[in-house]
Design a protein around this ligand. Structure first.
Ligand code: SF4
Length: 385
């Protein structure tokens, strides 16, 4: 057992987090839970190392495996726990590619991690434990019975999980299951806990936040934000990524009237060609997206809009790429997140004809990154003084 700090006398653990704000929230919640069970956080040699993995792209999946191998190299005697989207999607891969993992838990059942870890440490056997729950089977929203432990100045609150849109390129939907919302009371409690402990900005996140409340009575995202807005502490709220069709007029109105919700929308566009949006299975056209942006600017003229764009989606012709560039430029998007298309195993897009040649994809990514720099500079210049 490694050196213990005064607070907890239990085994030590470290958590390495990859991926999105949802993962950041879950790592902080797992940490809160482990501390509550008497374990103590250590960034040196640890008895337990937890990798909260990501599989949104090939690169993210590769990085998850690499972090696991490196953690074991650094802590040969440590219990290695691999959890998160990579574990949920590719448990068989892990058998072959990450034999070092002692415990494999997907995206569900992590509120039981302390017991699983302590039992494993007591048993001292090295037999691998794999706990992957089937999703899209009526799963409930999983609460972690502890206050998430954040070291960063902008904590995250998870309000929702899962999706029902089935975009053809997306593996997340298989990793996160059907849409399920968290009760507003727990969300308000958590926001108050963060604000009372001095945090000045809180990030609100979910897999598809626009679906918040579809499984609850008389609540949706705008109504929830109003409740958080009523808290009497000096903090601001920032929404993380939200699908375009989730940005309703009701939401824009609440954002515009609020004195604390940041005038910021992170709204994935993915393509500026409606032909490609159709192949992606997205539930809007370029014209729909443009209308939402223009309406948001009417409510909040100073709004900052960030967009994800996938470059090199199967079937993308040069003219589609041009359309994406023109759409982003004409909408004066303030920040672009450029994703080279990454085929995800088992997704419909993986089997689509017209896979784009790597050199052409590379060329288009370079062009898109140059545009991203230009548009970001234009936005920042507007704020000078
Ligand atoms: S909206 Fe589409 S991209 Fe987003 S999680 Fe759902 S299926 Fe995936």
């Amino acid at each position: 057992m490694s050196e213990k700090n005064a607070k907890n006398s239990g085994p030590s653990f470290d958590i390495i987090t990859l991926g999105c704000p949802l993962n950041q929230y879950e790592s902080a919640a797992i940490e809160g839970l482990l501390l509550k069970h008497g374990l103590n956080r250590s960034r040196d040699k640890s008895d337990v190392v937890i990798i909260n993995s990501c599989a949104v792209t090939q690169a993210a999946a590769r990085r998850s495996r690499k972090e696991a191998r490196q953690a074991k190299k650094k802590n040969p005697n440590a219990l290695l726990v691999l959890t998160g989207c990579y574990s949920q999607l590719y448990p068989r891969d892990i058998e072959k590619l990450v034999p070092e993992a002692d415990i494999v838990v997907g995206t569900a059942g992590r509120s039981k991690l302390p017991e699983i870890i302590l039992q494993k440490l007591d048993q001292k056997d090295r037999e691998k434990r794999v706990l992957i729950q089937q999703l899209h089977k009526g799963e409930e929203f999983e609460e972690f019975d502890a206050v998430p432990k954040f070291y960063r100045h902008r904590p995250v609150i998870k309000i929702q999980e899962g999706c029902n849109q089935f975009c053809t390129f997306c593996a997340v939907i298989f990793a996160r299951g059907k849409p399920r919302s968290r009760g507003p009371e727990r969300i308000i409690e958590e926001a108050e806990a963060y604000a009372a402990s001095g945090h000045r900005e809180i990030i609100i996140t979910g897999t598809n936040m626009g679906l918040y409340g579809i499984d609850l009575e008389d609540i949706n995202l705008p109504k929830l934000l109003k409740k958080i807005d009523d808290l009497d502490y000096p903090f601001r709220i920032r929404l993380s990524s939200i699908e375009p069709m989730g940005v309703t007029e009701e939401l824009m109105e609440v954002m515009a009237k609020s004195r604390r919700i940041c005038h910021y929308l992170y709204m994935p566009l993915q393509s500026g060609s409606s032909r490609i949006l159709k192949l992606m299975g997205r539930n809007y056209t370029v014209e729909d997206y443009r209308e939402i942006v223009e309406k948001a600017r009417k409510f909040m003229p100073d709004i900052s809009i960030m967009a994800d764009i996938i470059v090199g989606f199967p079937g993308e012709r040069d003219e589609d790429h041009r359309k994406s560039m023109e759409t982003l430029r004409s909408l004066e998007i303030s920040k672009i997140h450029v994703f080279p298309y990454s085929p995800r195993p088992g997704t419909p897009a993986e089997a689509l004809k017209g896979q784009v040649r790597p050199d052409i994809k590379k060329q288009r990514v370079e062009e898109m990154n140059l545009l991203a720099e230009e548009l970001s500079m234009n936005f920042h210049k507007k704020l000078l003084g």
